[in-house]
Design a protein around this ligand. Structure first.
Ligand code: COA
Length: 257
């Protein structure tokens, strides 16, 4: 059963030359529908899966990596098992094969070579995958929760401006606003790929009700804010997400798989 709100993809995907593709996958699927997908994983992915203590987490990992391979194979024109991943020193995955060689978009009459960029995120039963041509990208999704004190967590992770903004909101809006801020910050960090070595207090994101997702300020380089675009994602009831991409942002297409 899928809780994703987005439609199934068209048979022929729009060109990546002028669009960003976001895919949503429900991870709690029955075994029998996933056994082929499982076989596409590499030995190191299977080894990672074995390290999970709980069967449910192991299963979700296998499904989300299998889905990653399935989705990327549509762009690469290869079988899912043929894809090879490499990881930066901060853990961000890239395609090692096919990669150095540029890919061509098969269905585009004006096909041009491009490097396939992607990022993924998961929370509870849901995974999001963001795909672009050439532009660095980061995506984050979170299941909405209410079992923690937002102001305490915000003091640790948000910039001063963001903390002030959050405190100024009516109490009833703070929990939802917290997750908008969190996912936007996380998507930006993931687009850079530097993990928490990119200090969280060095940039501010917009997250108040009615405000579009965007970078408000970056420090010490103020122009950095102009180099990235942020977009809000609403993939399923109870989940919120964000994608950060090198400007200029292209048209966003969202599907479920
Ligand atoms: C990986 C990281 C960037 C995000 O982890 P997370 O939020 O727990 O997990 P997500 O599901 O969103 O993302 C995990 C995926 O991101 C990718 N990833 C790993 N390292 C990454 C990096 N440095 N940059 C971008 N993507 C990365 C991987 O594909 C990973 O999936 P995998 O486990 O299947 O390989 C984590 O290292 C991190 O730095 N988290 C910061 C958390 C935080 O304090 N955020 C504050 C926000 S206000």
């Amino acid at each position: 059963m899928s809780g994703c709100l987005w439609p199934e993809p068209p048979l022929v995907l729009p060109s990546l030359a002028n669009s960003i593709h976001i895919w949503c996958a429900w991870l709690d699927r029955p075994d029998h529908s996933m056994s082929d997908l499982r076989r596409t994983l590499s030995p190191d992915e299977k080894e990672r899966a074995e390290r999970f203590r709980f069967e449910r987490d192991r299963w979700r990992f296998l499904v989300r990596r299998g889905m990653l391979r399935l989705i990327l194979s549509r762009y690469a024109g290869l079988e899912p098992a043929q894809l090879l991943f490499a990881y930066s020193s901060y853990g961000k995955p890239t395609l090692a094969f096919p990669a150095g060689s540029k890919l061509y978009w098969q269905n585009d009459p004006e096909a041009r070579p491009y490097v396939l960029k992607f990022n993924l995120s998961h929370s509870q039963s849901l995974a999001l995958y963001a795909i672009t041509a050439d532009q660095e990208i980061g995506v984050d999704v979170e299941a909405l929760r209410s079992d923690f004190e937002v102001e305490t967590v915000a003091r640790r992770f948000f910039s001063r401006r963001e903390q002030a903004e959050l405190s100024s909101l009516p109490a009833g809006q703070q929990q939802a606003a917290f997750f908008l801020c969190w996912t936007r910050k996380e998507a930006y960090i993931k687009a850079h790929g530097l993990g928490l070595s990119l200090p969280l207090e060095q940039f501010d994101v917009a997250f108040s009700p009615g405000e579009d997702a965007r970078l408000l300020a970056t420090r010490p380089d103020a122009e950095e804010a102009e180099r990235w675009d942020l977009m809000h994602l609403a993939p399923a009831p109870g989940y919120v997400g964000a994608v950060a991409v090198q400007a200029p942002a292209q048209q966003l297409h969202c599907w479920q798989v």
